[in-house]
Design a protein around this ligand. Structure first.
Ligand SMILES: [Zn+2]
Ligand SMILES: [Zn+2]
Length: 286
């Protein structure tokens, strides 16, 4: 355990580490011969850069799979971060309140062992990082391994994946999951689902050699990835209905297939409507 018990490092494969941020999200460090790549920053409950420094002494780039609080909340611990421009505003506007609110909701739902003290201690490093733009096809050459950026809009407009073709590792962010959230897009629900499904199918056929699926909340088996895609296909075809339900920390309309489900809405709207999870004294800015 690192950083006051916030982070747990899990060696996944040669040169690939998963870092579990107390069940709030999982980010990754990928190491080549010359450079490393840090994929996502977590909620920023602790200092993610300190954990990264224990795993690699090489120079590294930091990339975001998307702009949600549980992946972009720790960006201020770095000097420079790359992400798709469509999610940039969301990532840059994240406050201590947003980060503590998410952590508190997860704590109350028993979805995270994060403690009230850890949430109270969330700070906002003063300096915002320099933001660079990522587009489809952008490559990160780490020396002996190369990761390619693949756009996969749907979970958010600016969601991207990263594929290490040599080692067959696909980093999915929240773009493919057993609980798949699809963010608000102006085109309407059917178009939103279609767009995500098309992008997912394009990504999976581009990454047909993938054998390890590193998603934003943990590893997925190939069977789980295929089941999530099938859930999308069935929902798009109208074969599984959407029903209003409370699940996890959300109160939303879900369509389910076996152990997978899909739901719509922005992250804030999806949160179960309650009295407001953030206790007094949280959300200060430092
Ligand atoms: Zn997300
Ligand atoms: Zn997430």
């Amino acid at each position: 355990m690192e950083n006051g018990g916030v982070y747990r490092v899990i060696p996944v494969r040669n040169g690939v580490y998963a870092i579990d941020e107390s069940g709030l999200s999982v980010f990754y460090v990928v190491t080549g011969k010359e450079r490393s790549l840090v994929i996502d920053t977590g909620t920023g409950i602790g200092n993610p850069a300190e954990v990264v420094a224990t795993l690699t002494g090489l120079p590294y780039d930091v990339v975001l799979t998307h702009g949600h609080v549980d992946h972009a909340g720790g960006t201020r611990y770095y000097n420079m971060v790359s992400m798709h421009p469509a999610d940039r505003r969301q990532a840059m506007s994240l406050s201590v309140h947003d980060r503590s609110d998410y952590a508190e909701r997860m704590r109350r739902a028993n979805a995270s062992p994060v403690t009230r003290d850890q949430i109270q201690n969330i700070v906002n490093p003063a300096r915002a990082p320099r933001m660079l733009s990522l587009k489809d096809g952008h490559r990160f050459d780490l020396g002996g391994r190369c990761l390619e950026t693949i756009e996969l809009p749907g979970h958010t407009d600016g969601s991207v994946c990263f594929f290490d073709e040599t080692d067959g590792v696909l980093f999915l962010g929240d773009s493919c999951n057993t609980m798949q959230l699809l963010d608000d897009l102006p085109q309407g629900r059917a178009a939103r689902l279609e767009r995500w499904l098309r992008a997912l199918e394009r990504c999976l056929s581009r990454c047909a050699g993938a054998s390890l699926f590193c998603a934003g909340h943990g590893l997925l088996s190939p069977a789980q990835v295929l089941e999530a895609r099938e859930c999308g296909r069935l929902a798009a075809a109208g074969e599984i209905p959407f029903r209003r339900e409370k699940r996890h920390i959300f109160d939303a309309e879900f369509a389910s297939y076996r152990n997978s489900c899909i739901c719509y809405g922005s992250l804030a709207d999806l949160f179960a409507k309650d009295e407001g999870a953030t206790p007094d004294g949280f959300g200060r800015t430092e």
